[in-house]
Design a protein around this ligand. Structure first.
Ligand SMILES: C[S@@+](CC[C@H](N)C(=O)[O-])C[C@H]1O[C@@H](n2cnc3c(N)ncnc32)[C@H](O)[C@@H]1O
Length: 230
């Protein structure tokens, strides 16, 4: 398909549109009824690491337009009568059967407190596909990305059940290594993956941290306790 040149459309948005038209994941998402091509990233990650299973509760951060939520609902068998998938975004998100949708800014502490209260307990899986909108100023964008991933990790520590999983989008460029070290303290296993659906030219990566509370810090505490107890 050829696109007519529209002088009002910027070169970058024209490139974006061309890429969307040719992208096999975009075509597939339209055919299979997913709200975003991002849905395939979660499907591919879960195929490999199996963190979404029936009867688990899930918090999906940065959920709009809802591709990941659509993937999570059937995998954990969440229903509208007994929902176990909570979707959260700063943008409005269309309702989805089997999920509870919340709207708010994740970087606002009052909003987070309210979210925690509304969920009313701990969850088995925290997903974060959040990404701040780019300002175009590289240093500012980098700081905002780092801040967001760290905030997601902080919140996950509050709300995860023992044995739970944290799956989050990070970006190459130093921060993901620091985060990896932190996660290794708290989780039994930590993986780093770029699913095939993630565009090669994008610096995004995902961390998949499994077995919350069974990492090095807990192992260290247990060793100290054993030594003290003789
Ligand atoms: C890549 S999109 C998520 C796509 C989604 N996982 C899906 O499958 O459809 C990133 C999302 O992060 C959200 N986001 C960015 N900053 C946020 C914030 N401060 N609080 C909550 N959500 C935020 C954006 O609104 C956007 O919807």
């Amino acid at each position: 398909m050829r696109l007519h040149k529209d002088p009002k459309r910027s070169e970058s948005s024209r490139r974006w549109l061309q890429r969307q038209i040719k992208d096999p994941y975009v075509l597939r998402s339209k055919k299979e009824g997913y709200r975003s091509r991002a849905a395939y990233k979660l499907l591919e990650l879960n195929e490999k690491y199996h963190f979404l299973k029936p009867s688990l509760t899930v918090l999906d951060l940065g959920a709009a337009p809802g591709g990941w939520t659509q993937v999570a609902v059937p995998l954990v068998k969440s229903t509208s009568e007994n929902p176990s998938v909570f979707a959260f975004d700063i943008l409005p998100m269309e309702a989805l059967e089997g999920a509870v949708v919340f709207e708010g800014d994740f970087m606002d502490d009052v909003v987070l407190k309210n979210l925690e209260e509304q969920i009313g307990g701990k969850v088995d899986v925290v997903l974060s596909d959040m990404a701040p909108s780019a300002t175009g100023h590289a240093a500012t964008d980098h700081l905002r990305i780092v801040g967001m991933v760290e905030a997601a990790y902080d919140f996950a520590q509050h709300i995860l059940k023992p044995g739970g999983a944290f799956v989050a989008k990070v970006f190459q460029g130093g921060t993901e290594k620091d985060l990896l070290l932190l996660l290794k303290q708290d989780f039994e296993k930590v993986h780093h993956a770029k699913p095939p659906a993630s565009r090669k030219e994008s610096s995004e990566l995902y961390v998949i941290a499994l077995g919350y509370g069974k990492g090095k810090s807990v192992a260290k505490e247990e060793t100290v306790k054993r030594n003290v107890e003789g």
